[in-house]
Design a protein around this ligand. Structure first.
Ligand code: SF4
Length: 296
């Protein structure tokens, strides 16, 4: 599942921050994890250097999308190899790939990792038996004044005609309490299906291609109602932050991966410098020559 592009349907609050009227599930989650990071990425929309893992995930998602465009009988391992080649070619000049600055060895390693993920997919299910009805499906639904938006990797029918949402994951499967947190995100997609198709999915599946694990959950009317309540509460908090200009930094282990750490007040940075400096740093990164970096 993916993030949401800006749409222009926005309000400007007194503090000068734009109140978004469209949110994706990952943006909602981003605000609850760290409001300051949400300000940088979702309100100011500052560019972030691409990450190897994220770009790998994007390319593997694209390869699987191409596989499912094929007639069912043609969804073979060889076809997926060809589809991965196509996806890698498509992204060869994309800033999310170019910005990784991979040298030849690192690019070869990147490619091998993508192949490993797609090979593992075939050990997890038989794509010729999947009855898909939508791929990379954009869904939107109103929640009060807000529009919640999201993209479903694959929507399909089970043997009883029930809707099944399948989400490919290229990172590691969560363990213990983090499993429930991960599933909490996918309930957004049950909410969107209910709003758009007036049907709650029979099942939501997370396919972890790195480990071969599949996690499944059965959404309910209660879990769909909970999403509505929670989203309204989060949006009210976002609106308040935009109005007051107070986006609190919330330090956690996510700080280790945060592209905005140097401008974060929790790390003695000045958030007001981020607007110019983050954009300049991104432009310089995209224009730079490839360097030898690991593809993992
Ligand atoms: S460094 Fe940590 S606290 Fe600061 S914006 Fe990033 S995630 Fe938030």
């Amino acid at each position: 599942m993916s993030d949401v592009a800006p749409t222009g349907h926005e309000n400007t609050a007194a503090a000068g921050f734009t109140v978004p009227l469209n949110l994706s599930p990952s943006r909602v989650s981003s605000f609850t994890s760290c409001p300051m990071q949400f300000r940088f990425s979702s309100i100011q929309k500052l560019p972030e250097p691409p990450g190897v893992a994220t770009t790998k995930g994007t390319i593997v998602h694209r390869a699987l999308e191409l596989l499912f465009v094929r007639p069912a009988a043609e969804r073979t391992p060889d076809a997926l190899v060809a589809d991965l080649d196509t996806a890698l070619t498509e992204y060869g000049t994309h800033p999310d790939y170019v910005g990784l600055r991979l040298d030849d060895d690192a690019a070869a390693s990147f490619r091998r990792d993508c192949s490993t993920l797609t090979e593992r997919y075939f050990a997890m299910e038989d794509p010729t038996s999947v009855r898909e009805i939508g791929l990379e499906l954009w869904l939107t639904a109103p929640v009060g004044a807000l529009t919640l938006r999201g993209i479903i990797d694959r929507l399909e029918l089970d043997e009883h005609g029930g809707l099944v949402v399948t989400d490919y994951k290229t990172g590691r499967a969560p363990s213990g309490r983090y499993e429930q947190k991960s599933l909490a995100g996918v309930h957004f997609y049950a909410f969107l299906c209910h709003a758009v198709f007036d049907r709650i999915p029979a099942k939501i599946r997370l396919m972890y291609l790195q480990t071969g694990e599949t996690i499944e959950t059965v959404p309910s009317a209660q879990s769909v109602r909970f999403i509505t309540t929670r989203t309204k509460a989060v949006w009210t908090a976002i609106e308040r932050a935009c109005t007051t200009g107070e986006f609190r930094p919330n330090t956690s282990n996510l700080c280790n991966y945060c592209a905005f750490q140097q401008w974060c007040p929790a790390f003695d940075g000045n958030p007001d410098d981020a607007e110019a400096e983050a954009r300049a740093a991104y432009e310089a990164l995209i224009a730079a020559e490839p360097v030898a970096v690991g593809a993992r």
